[in-house]
Design a protein around this ligand. Structure first.
Ligand code: MRU
Length: 402
């Protein structure tokens, strides 16, 4: 992290090389903010301070905001310690934000990328007029390369690309592109609400549930996939307590899932990532409920590393496994989980904790951030269309053509 407090020191947000921020960094960042005035970033990020645009009070359900031609993200790297909106000014800045986990979670990444396309097109149209489609291609490529596993990214880029192909070269494309990105956002919220109802209907009696990572409002356009089911089920008194794995190394469970559940006054207990099997062995857990980053044509599920272990333990203990994910997360082009590209992030994320080196000097690390749970370990895939019980290739095919 850069520690000089120059006018453009805002770029400390993107010098962090994917490290989870620690308290000292936050304090230094706050000092930099007050010294620099923090208005514009040379790299396309800026923290909202002197804007006249009124932003919502930061809440899990309003983490992605397009307002009056400006695009904002609630910076998830610092939650719950600090809830700040960042303004993103370009397609490139949006790609950086995705790569660096300002925004994360499959549907949220897709929605954000769609708005990244809007910003890229706006720059291209301002700079190149009728040649805007050609001029924005490099930005589309940078967005495509931002993260590899969540298929919602490619799904959303594809949808925007199809619209671009239909638009004329002449004339300002921005309104049409904003409308499409906003539709992607709104449709995701509606899908989550529907999955909430369908998933809650699978829970037969009041029980404890385990969730992993964060598949809540923050990871989506709002309401959440797994946490959407949990919200809907809690309202129906079907959930006593949520056990949330802390989810090393980014701590999405401890920081984000706990924050969201507490916001909704849903009782939550955190577990270290290895504690779930032990908890299941004691009884009282009816379901493991998770989201997904990509589901293959045969029903194999890629999700945050640790989901597979959770599903194996669930099978052993007779606990059922529910995966809540919109159909935009299903990739019929990959035959099985073995074909899903799994992101491997920097070792440094594992060797340190909260910015503090923890591992013995010389130790190396393997840091895949997703794993694949075979369809045979999944009891139900809940989509906005309907529920698929005991998924397999035939059932997934039928779902997708329905
Ligand atoms: O690395 P992340 O935080 O982007 O991983 C997110 C997850 O694995 C979520 O569980 C998944 O995207 C489902 S989100 C609705």
């Amino acid at each position: 992290m850069r520690r000089s407090a120059t006018k453009d020191s805002l770029s400390f947000y993107i010098d962090k090389k994917n490290l989870v921020p620690n308290r000292a960094d936050l304090i230094i960042a706050a000092i930099q903010l007050s010294v620099s005035g923090f208005s514009q970033s040379t790299m396309g990020y800026s923290k909202m301070q002197d804007t006249t645009i009124s932003l919502p009070n930061p809440s899990p359900d309003e983490a992605i905001v397009w307002r009056e031609g400006h695009f904002f993200l609630l910076d998830q790297r610092y939650l719950p310690e600090r809830a700040d909106y960042l303004e993103l000014h370009s397609g490139q800045a949006v790609a950086d934000a995705i790569r660096q986990m300002v925004v994360r979670g499959a549907p949220a990444i897709g929605i954000t990328a769609a708005f990244g396309v809007v910003l890229a097109a706006r720059d291209a149209y301002r700079g190149s007029g009728a040649d805007w489609k050609q001029a924005m291609l490099p930005d589309l490529e940078v967005l495509r390369l931002s993260r590899p596993t969540a298929v919602n990214l490619f799904w959303a880029l594809d949808r925007m690309r199809k619209l671009i192909a239909r638009l004329p070269d002449q004339g300002d494309p921005i309104e049409a592109l904003v409308n499409e990105a906003s539709s992607i956002h709104q449709e995701d919220i509606q899908a989550n609400r529907r999955m909430g109802e369908l998933g809650a209907a699978l829970i037969e009696e009041t029980t404890g549930v385990i969730t992993h990572c964060n598949a809540g409002a923050l990871a989506t356009g709002g309401y959440g996939t797994a946490l959407g089911v949990i919200r809907a089920a809690y309202e129906k008194n079907l959930i006593e307590r949520v056990y949330a794995d802390e989810t090393r190394p980014w701590m999405q469970g401890a920081r984000l899932t706990a924050w969201e559940l507490l916001h909704d006054k849903i009782p939550v207990s955190l577990l270290v990532d290895g504690a779930s099997a032990s908890l299941m062995s004691q009884g009282g857990i009816g379901w493991v409920i998770v989201g997904s980053d990509r589901i293959a044509a045969n029903g194999d599920v890629a999700n945050k590393i640790g989901t597979y272990g959770l599903a194996v333990a669930a099978k052993h203990h007779g606990v059922r496994v529910m995966v809540a994910a919109p159909t935009s997360t299903i990739d019929m082009d990959v035959k099985s989980g073995a074909d899903i590209p799994i992101e491997v992030r920097e070792s440094e994320e594992l060797l340190s904790c909260g910015g503090q080196r923890m591992a013995a000097a010389g130790a190396e690390a393997w840091n895949p951030v997703f794993d694949v749970t075979p369809a045979a370990l999944v009891d139900a895939i809940v989509t906005e269309k309907r529920v698929v019980l005991s998924p397999n290739e035939k059932k997934m095919q039928k779902l997708m053509v329905s």
